[in-house]
Ligand binder design. Structure first.
Ligand SMILES: Nc1ncnc2c1ncn2[C@@H]1O[C@H](COP(=O)(O)OP(=O)(O)OP(=O)(O)O)[C@@H](O)[C@H]1O
Length: 631
């Protein structure tokens, strides 16, 4: 429990400079590209990232190509407009200077109007198709993230920070939009429009003028954007990691709002948020500086381009092989290609962020599945036997095992209670039965089959887990109940709620079973949430029910009612005349009298087990010590 005066998180209270070791370690951990399974493996090379992003766009390749084609034609139309205008103006000026009446301008004006309309349509087409590609690709990316997380669930929730995963699935994915919407088409355009225009200039005006234009454009498109790219990418990576820490902190603060306010820590949390905000800004400063320098350099080259074209093409005019108006049109065309250059500059400035985000998402998508699904299906049965055989388990990153050499048996159709002091390993043992993770050594068996060999789907359709903190979604009561049994009808819903002793309370809610429970079940009481979670599990008609402190929020009278009701339900089970297997984790020792078998755990080991009647008469020993502590 946090007490006044101590900071609540690993992040220190203000002042934060210099960073404390704990904070530095935390920051380094967050900056690590692939700390845990939620993150993944090592950072992939840029080529791999680009290939992966392009592979994501495969289903949207036609609109992507169409968008690039629209941009190319749009830019060519822009160049044509500028060249036409420059040609017309200089021709008129020359004719006036010679004392002649300028020729009719309306064909030029009409052509320019037509080009402008075409340009507008092409621009709209490029934007529309580009964003269609981007949003479809982002949708595909999010689907990739969730399908990558699904086989790692629920382990990923044990080993990864939810705020970090949230940042990867939302903000990082959004940042990749730049790659899809603003990179491919500008890059293709920059690679095609200038060469095409320069060839026309070379053939119709002067190859020297074309060469001068090519030099300035090549420097503006290739050399300057590449300068400082490595440093900018490193800065973007640091900023992405800093943003993830900020998201983690804000998520934590919002989820723990009651504690933050209740313990008077609002100012401290705000100060920590402000510090993390400053870290984000500081991490991104080098990238911003590089972007400003690039912009200045490109601007200079873009303006130098027409001057260089005129200087290099002057000889052709003097030699009479090119006209002044044509040279002016060439200079205007090169000036107009600043739009093409700007496209490259824009995506270069944002690409660092986009790449850093893509790397973080790629880590999630390509992280190895640490719990490969088994191929055998667990055959449905009225009940199953669970066996933990010499199980040792250490949480990722933990220095000592939570369980050490635990062997125990939860017999078919019996009620087994796991008791022990806080931290003795009861929950870990229960979670291993649903394969939240694999034991570091030893095996967990269902009816003799190793969980590693069984498919997760078949396992989870037979075994249901009710925890003390079961999650309710922001959905109706009925939708929450149907999570594991979508086909259950209303009568079955009501029956499950009756067994969980919550039916009357649901009926009393504003819209009964259609009442929307707030995010994380915020609009129902802790006890109601527990009983709804119990009803949800019962609705699945499991043959093994794992109950982890499932009555911890209930008052003694209600708890006794619920327990009695669940015992009656368990005795009938799936209605095949045989009781289901129940494994219960409990602190409440007065409950164990109704169990068939009691296992006492201490510091990750089994220290006593037997029928309650045998254990309760023993005058000394672990259970007696626990009972003494309780009274
Ligand atoms: N995600 C985790 N990462 C690292 N260590 C963990 C994690 N979850 C639990 N532990 C540690 O594993 C040990 C066993 O925890 P477990 O939750 O299984 O105990 P428990 O007997 O169920 O405790 P309680 O009765 O308080 O719920 C404890 O030392 C705990 O600190």
């Amino acid at each position: 429990m946090s007490t006044r005066g101590e900071p609540m998180s690993a992040e220190p209270a203000e002042p934060a400079e210099p960073a404390e070791p704990a904070e530095a370690a935390e920051a380094a951990k967050a900056a690590e590209p692939a700390a845990r399974p939620g993150a993944g493996g090592a950072v992939a090379s840029r080529r791999v990232i680009v290939a992966w992003l392009l592979s994501v766009t495969r289903p949207v390749l036609p609109p992507l190509l169409a968008s690039a084609a629209c941009r190319i034609l749009d830019h060519l139309a822009g160049v044509g407009l500028f060249a036409l205008a420059a040609h017309a103006v200089v021709s008129c000026a020359l004719e006036l200077a010679d004392g002649r009446q300028p020729g009719a301008l309306w064909p030029t004006v009409l052509t320019m109007v037509a080009l402008s309309l075409l340009k507008a349509a092409l621009r709209y087409g490029e934007q529309f198709l580009g964003h269609l590609v981007a949003f479809t690709s982002l949708e595909l990316l999010r689907a990739q993230i969730f399908s990558a997380l699904a086989p790692r669930a629920p382990r990923v929730t044990v080993t990864s920070r939810s705020g970090d995963l949230l940042a990867r699935a939302t903000k990082d994915v959004d940042r990749i939009e730049v790659f899809f919407a603003h990179t491919f088409a500008p890059a293709v355009c920059a690679a095609t429009v200038p060469p095409a225009v320069l060839v026309v200039i070379g053939a119709s005006v002067s190859w020297w003028a074309a060469g001068a234009g090519a030099l300035t454009l090549a420097l503006a498109i290739l050399a300057v954007p590449a300068a400082g790219w490595g440093a900018a990418l490193a800065s973007s990576r640091r900023r992405a990691a800093a943003r993830a820490r900020l998201t983690q902190h804000v998520t934590d603060s919002v989820q723990g709002l009651a504690e933050v306010v209740g313990y008077g820590r609002s100012a401290e949390r705000l100060a920590q948020t402000a510090r993390l905000d400053r870290e984000v800004a500081a991490a991104g400063a080098p990238a911003a500086l590089a972007a400003s320098l690039r912009r200045g350099g490109i601007q200079l080259l873009v303006l130098a381009g027409p001057v260089a074209v005129v200087a290099a093409g002057a000889d052709a005019v003097r030699a009479g092989t090119a006209g002044v108006a044509a040279l002016a049109a060439a200079a205007a065309a090169v000036l107009r290609m600043s739009e093409t250059v700007r496209g490259v500059e824009d995506f270069t400035a944002a690409l660092g962020d986009s790449f850093a985000a893509a790397e973080r998402v790629h880590e999630v998508v390509t992280a190895p599945v640490e719990l490969p699904d088994g191929t055998m299906a667990l055959a449905p049965a009225p009940a199953h036997e669970l066996v933990w055989e010499q199980v040792t388990y250490t949480y990722p990153g933990a220095s000592r095992p939570a369980l050490e050499g635990v062997s125990l048996r939860a017999r078919t159709g019996r009620w087994t209670s796991l008791v022990g002091a806080s931290g003795s390993g009861k929950t870990t043992l229960a979670q291993l039965a649903l394969r939240f993770d694999d034991p570091s050594s030893g095996r967990v068996l269902v009816d003799g089959a190793d969980l590693r060999d069984l498919s997760a789907d078949s396992l989870r359709s037979e075994i249901a887990l009710v925890t003390q903190r079961s999650h309710l979604f922001r959905a109706t009561v009925a939708q929450n109940l149907r999570l594991g049994a979508p086909e259950a009808d209303d009568l079955e819903l009501e029956e499950a709620c009756r067994v969980a002793c919550v039916h009357e309370e649901v009926l009393a809610m504003e819209d009964g079973y259609r009442t929307v429970v707030g995010e994380r079940g915020a609009t129902v009481s802790g006890g109601q949430r527990q009983r709804l979670a119990l009803a949800r599990a019962l609705l699945m008609r499991p043959s093994v029910l794992v109950l982890d402190e499932f009555t911890s929020h209930l008052d003694p009278a209600l708890e006794a009612r619920v327990r009695e009701s669940v015992r009656r339900w368990a005795a009938v089970g799936r209605g095949q005349g045989r009781p289901v297997t129940v494994v219960e984790v409990t602190h409440r020792l007065h409950d164990i009298a109704g169990s068939d078998h009691v296992v006492v755990l201490d510091e990750g080991r089994v220290v006593q087990e037997g029928a309650p009647a045998e254990l309760l008469v023993v005058e000394t020993g672990p259970l007696r010590r626990l009972l003494a502590r309780e009274s």
